[in-house]
Write a new protein. Structure first.
Lengths: 361, 156
């Protein structure tokens, strides 16, 4: 029955929800635990939206009916152990439908359900694989560069080369080969056709040791082709260069410095902007991507610039208030009053001095 | 008004004790009396100037009166002497002179200082606008035209 359900999921979801199926389940299946399990699956699926629950319902019932069989989902019959290979083949062939099917399957957590059933019937350690599928499920919740199908491809296939369009003439199996390959493209063509690439971002995120989530979030936060996203991509490439070399990629750094030069305009201080532009050639000469990123987007400098701007605003406002006070009528009247006070004070002092002299003399 | 009455009462008491002295003071301080009537400045600065200087002019003649026996004939001698009148009115006039000239000079000095300071502040504003642009000045701000460059000095 699981085999038949797996072959035509649309029709089967209707059958499962009929009273006849309920009757057959009660009368025809001797295993009371299985009947109870299927009943619970059907009952719980009713609370979800119909589009989602029908496909998932069929898949879960197939797993319950055939716990040692493959995972069946919307006509796809496969063993989750082979998801990586299936995904790689589908992406290589450009089979978007199958890619989407695998994404849906992992995104809805079906491999975890499948593994749970398998663990009940077979001895073995399924915890690690389950943990891996749950991690992939989390990665599918993000849609930005460095996540999604591309990330799943590189996470599930440690030996797949980077499949970026930029690198179609190269075989980039290791991160060590990535910066030189990009450097070669820039040296040959003078530029990269585009900087933010989902495959490259995912390839780096999957292969690089250390956390990359914050950088990937920044790439995703900025709108496509925005300077912030590009800067974050440079940071990601800089992390690769720092970890794997080479020491200098001058052509890539030079092109990126031109591409990202407008980021200097984020600084409000004119003298700081001029200083940064003057120093940019020195940074480019070093060919260090991290240094380029830090030069264009130093948090310390941004903070200093903001503080200096706040101070300048205060100084400008204070100066305006002081000027207004100095040219006001009140100031003239104050000056006159001060003069009168000085005249009166001087007169009194003269009078007192006269009296004192007369008394003493 | 109560102040004037108080001064009047004190004057009357002193008149009964030292009539000759009070006669000289009354005649000698007539310019102060006139000034008190015509002074409209807030704080009565003109009165203060004229009264002080006028008293400084009368004081030597009171000392002279006291040294000559402090009698009515000596007092009349002082009052009848044109030189005494010249000193009374001369010192009162000097008080008026101080009242008119000192504020003008002080005001002129303060205005000059204010102009210098304003120029320094405007120059600084131009520098800030050049450095930070419309971020701090706003869109409609125009740079100040400063005729003479002021000496550099710290702005408080």
């Amino acid at each position: 029955m699981a085999h038949a359900f797996g072959a035509s999921p649309e029709a089967d979801s209707k059958i499962i929800r009929t009273k006849e199926f309920d009757g057959w389940l009660v009368r025809g299946v001797a295993d009371a635990a299985l009947v109870e399990q299927i009943g619970e699956i059907i009952m719980h699926s009713g609370s979800k939206s119909k589009d989602t629950s029908d496909d998932v319902l069929v898949s879960k019932i197939c797993v319950a009916l055939d716990p040692l069989g493959p995972l069946r989902y919307k006509g796809m019959v496969t063993n989750p152990y082979g998801f990586g290979t299936t995904l790689a083949a589908a992406m290589e062939a450009g089979d978007k439908e199958k890619v989407q099917l695998i994404a849906d399957c992992i995104g809805r957590g079906l491999p975890s359900d499948w593994l749970k059933q398998r663990a009940l019937n077979l001895s073995g350690d399924f915890a690690n694989l389950d943990k891996e599928f749950r991690r992939l499920q989390q990665l599918f919740k993000h849609t930005g560069p460095g996540y999604g199908m591309e990330r799943a491809l590189y996470e599930m296939n440690p030996f797949v080369p980077c499949e970026s369009e930029l690198l179609k003439n190269d075989y980039i199996y290791s991160l060590r080969d990535l910066p030189p390959a990009l450097e070669h493209i820039v040296r040959e063509n003078g530029e990269l056709p585009f900087l933010i690439d989902r495959h490259i971002a995912a390839f780096i995120a999957a292969r690089l040791k250390g956390p990359t989530e914050q950088i990937l979030t920044t790439i995703d936060d900025g709108q496509d082709k925005s300077l912030h996203s590009k800067l974050a991509m440079v940071k990601l490439l800089g992390a690769v260069q720092k970890e794997y070399g080479p020491e200098a990629v001058p052509n890539l750094t030079g092109w990126l410095s031109e591409e990202l030069a407008p980021t200097i305009d984020q600084f409000k201080s004119k003298s700081l902007r001029e200083e940064l532009r003057r120093q940019l050639s020195n940074v480019v000469a070093k060919g260090n991507l991290s240094a380029l990123h830090d030069h264009l987007n130093s948090n310390k400098l941004i903070k200093r610039d903001q503080m200096a701007k706040s101070q300048a605003v205060r100084e400008f406002t204070d100066a305006t208030a002081k000027i207004n006070q100095l040219i006001s009528k009140e100031f003239q009247q104050d000056a006159l009053r001060t003069g009168w006070g000085m005249a009166a004070g001087g007169s009194m002092m003269l009078a007192v001095a006269t009296v004192v002299i007369l008394i003493v003399w | 008004m109560s102040g004037v009455i108080g001064v009047g009462v004190i004057f009357l008491i002193f008149t009964t004790i030292a009539f000759s002295t009070m006669s000289v003071i009354f005649v000698g301080m007539i310019p102060t009396l006139v000034c008190y009537i015509v002074d409209l400045t807030p704080g009565c600065y003109a009165f203060r100037c004229v009264a002080s200087m006028n008293f400084a002019g009368v004081a030597p003649f009171i000392r002279l009166l006291w040294s000559q026996g402090h009698d009515m004939s000596s007092a009349m001698g002082i009052i009848g002497d044109p030189f005494s009148w010249l000193v009374f009115y001369g010192t009162a006039a000097f008080g008026w002179g101080l009242f008119f000239s000192v504020p003008a000079v002080v005001s002129a000095i303060q205005t000059l200082n204010a102009e210098r300071r304003t120029n320094v502040l405007r120059l600084r504003q131009n520098e800030l606008a050049e450095e930070w642009g419309t971020e701090i000045t706003g869109e409609n701000w125009k740079p100040h035209e400063i005729s003479a460059s002021p000496e550099p000095r710290a702005v408080a």
